[in-house]
Structure formats: C-alpha cells, structure tokens
Design a protein around this ligand. Structure first.
Ligand code: PHE
Length: 340
C-alpha cells in the first residue's frame, strides 16, 4: 500500500512539474485530489485497511495530499503570472510611429506663392486686400461694369449661369463696384480670387482660374499713375531691369484700356522659349475706370477718377516657374508640387 501511494505521489508530482497551463493543472488536481480522485479514493478506503497499518498509511496519504496541494498552489500562481505575460505580449499594440514621415514639411502651392508675392508688393505700396463672392449677380459682373446687353462675354458659352441673373463670376472686376459702394475714396485695393468661365480643360484653359484685381480711386488719377504703379510692380516682381509696355485694348469698364506686357525676365527682351521669341510677356489688362462704373459705385466722376487692372495668376505662375501645361497646377501631384 505504501508503495502504491508513493508511486501515485511521484506520478502526480512529475505531471505537476511539467504542467503547461491552468486547464492542465486543474485536470491533474481533479485526477488525484478531486471527489473521485486517485488519492481521495485511497483516503476513503482507509477503513478497509488493517488497523495496525491504518495510522501509518493515513499519515503518508495525508502528507502526499498536502505536498500535492502545495505544489498545485504554487504552480497556480506561477501559471497565472505566465499567462498574463503571454497575453500582454500577444495583444501588444505598437503605438509608436516612424519619425521619418514627420520630417517632410509641406509648402505653399505655386499659385499661392504667386498670389502672396504679388499681395506683398501691393501691400507695401499702401493697398489693402478686398474680397468678393464667387457666386455673383449679372448686375455686378456685367451691368455695373458698363458691359452692353449684347456683350459676347455674357453668352452662355462663356459664362456659367446659375439662374438668369446669378452666375459664377467671370472676372474679379465686380469687386470694383462692390468696393466703391462700401468705401469712400481714396480707395486702393487689390482682390485675389477664383473666377469661372465655361471653357473646357486643355493646356492653357480651365473652367476655373485665378485673377488679382486692382483698383485705385482718388482725385486727379490718370493713366500716368497706372503706368507708374505697374512699372514699380514689374521691377519689384520680375527684377530691376524689367520694362513694361502698354498696348491699346478694349474693356467695357475702362476707358482708355490697355493690355500690359513685361519685358521677358529670362532673356531680357532678346527672344527665347519663355517669351515665345517675342521678347515680351503679357501679364494683365488695365485702364482708367470708365465714368459709368464710378457712377454705378456711387462716386462722382467729375470729382474722382481711377484706374483698374487685372492679373491672370496662372499665366504668371506658368511663365515664372516654366510650367508648360496648366493642368499640372490643379492635379495636386506631389512630384510636381514638391519642385517649388
Ligand atoms: N477683368 C478683365 C479680364 O478679365 C481684366 C481687367 C481688369 C481689365 C481691370 C481692366 C481692368 O480680362
């Protein structure tokens, strides 16, 4: 009987030493110490053991039971710690992030670079920045700007209509009259913004593009002031040696009107790829504010005069940065944008 008990004790100890997890531990406990466990059965059967052996075997069985219970208790603790550790390892989430990605900074879009540089120059000349809505009325976009009813720019093929008298503005010029109605002269503003025309997209056209409008209204303003202002601007923006030239043109809202070219900032006027061998690059339309426009803006043309001009931002960005296709400016391809 002693031998049977000792073997049982040794087997159980062996099994416990190699136990791998809590379930296995519980199985072993039940196998030996459970209600019908092997050791429990021995203890229950002590009654049938000869009385002279009973005490000794009883003590041995109890010792083995205590020993096994101790091992089980310490194994239980050991496994609990091990299992928590395993769970923590398997459920670990790496919340750190590679520092590499954070080292690349974005920068301004080429169109914003042009707009901000031009703004800076005019702010330096005492201008302030005005704004106007992109969804505009035909009144401010055409009527107040002295455009006759049959002016071709009103055509459906050129202008995007929302209703008969609400459109997407085709130019930033409506801001001229809006500014006059809200401010008394002297007025000196520029207004950068988006404009829309029903053009299909190609290398030089887009249904949306940007303009910068300029307006000055004061006493004794003439074409000479316009020329002096644009001359100063051209030298600051394109370089000291830059010349400007005025070509006669027509706009309904200025009289006289002109288109303005700058001498090519790449070849200095000799002729090259940038200026298409012309020596000059067209950058804007301008003129003396038409008296009818001043009247629409509630300003007396006998007392005040003004000049206005309008830059095409894309055209300037393309020549300045050597961009051959307008579409690159809108596609937001980082390989293109990162070059500026
Ligand atoms: N609005 C004109 C255009 O879109 C440009 C311009 C502005 C001309 C101001 C004269 C004065 O072409």
């Amino acid at each position: 009987m002693q031998d049977v008990l000792n073997t049982l004790g040794n087997n159980a100890t062996n099994l416990l030493e190699n136990v791998k997890n809590s379930e296995e531990l519980e199985e072993i406990r039940v196998k030996y110490l459970g209600k019908k466990g092997e050791l429990t059965l021995v203890l229950k059967s002590l009654g049938s053991v000869a009385p002279e052996e009973r005490k000794e075997i009883g003590m041995l069985a109890n010792d083995i039971r205590k020993k096994l219970e101790n091992i089980i208790e310490s194994k239980k603790e050991e496994l609990k710690i091990k299992e928590v550790e395993e769970r923590m390892n398997s459920e670990k989430i790496d919340i750190s992030m590679s520092k590499q990605n954070l080292n690349t900074y974005g920068h301004k879009h080429p169109l914003s670079i042009v707009i901000d540089d031009i703004k800076d120059i005019f702010i330096g000349m005492g201008y302030s920045i005005a704004e106007g809505p992109e969804i505009e009325t035909t009144f401010f976009n055409f009527d107040a700007l002295n455009a006759p009813f049959d002016h071709p720019s009103r055509d459906l093929q050129d202008t995007m209509y929302i209703t008969d008298d609400i459109i997407l503005r085709t130019q930033t010029s409506p801001v001229q009259v809006r500014t006059m109605l809200e401010n008394k002269p002297p007025i000196k503003i520029i207004c950068p913004g988006r404009v829309y025309r029903s053009d299909s997209v190609d290398a030089t056209h887009s249904p949306m593009f940007h303009q910068i409008e300029g307006l000055v209204v004061d006493k004794n303003i003439s074409m000479a002031d316009l020329k002096g202002t644009l001359n100063m601007f051209a030298k600051k923006y394109f370089g000291d040696k830059t010349e400007i030239r005025f070509r006669p043109h027509h706009f309904p809202f200025t009289e006289p009107s002109c288109e303005v070219d700058v001498s090519c900032f790449v070849c200095g006027g000799k002729g090259c790829k940038t200026c298409k061998n012309e020596g000059w690059i067209e950058i804007l339309g301008a003129g003396q504010v038409h008296p009818n426009v001043l009247v629409a803006g509630n300003i007396d043309p006998k007392e005040y005069q003004g000049f206005a001009f309008g830059f095409g931002v894309e055209r300037i960005a393309m020549t300045k940065f050597g961009v051959s296709d307008l579409r690159y400016l809108y596609e937001n391809d980082v390989r293109f944008l990162s070059q500026f």
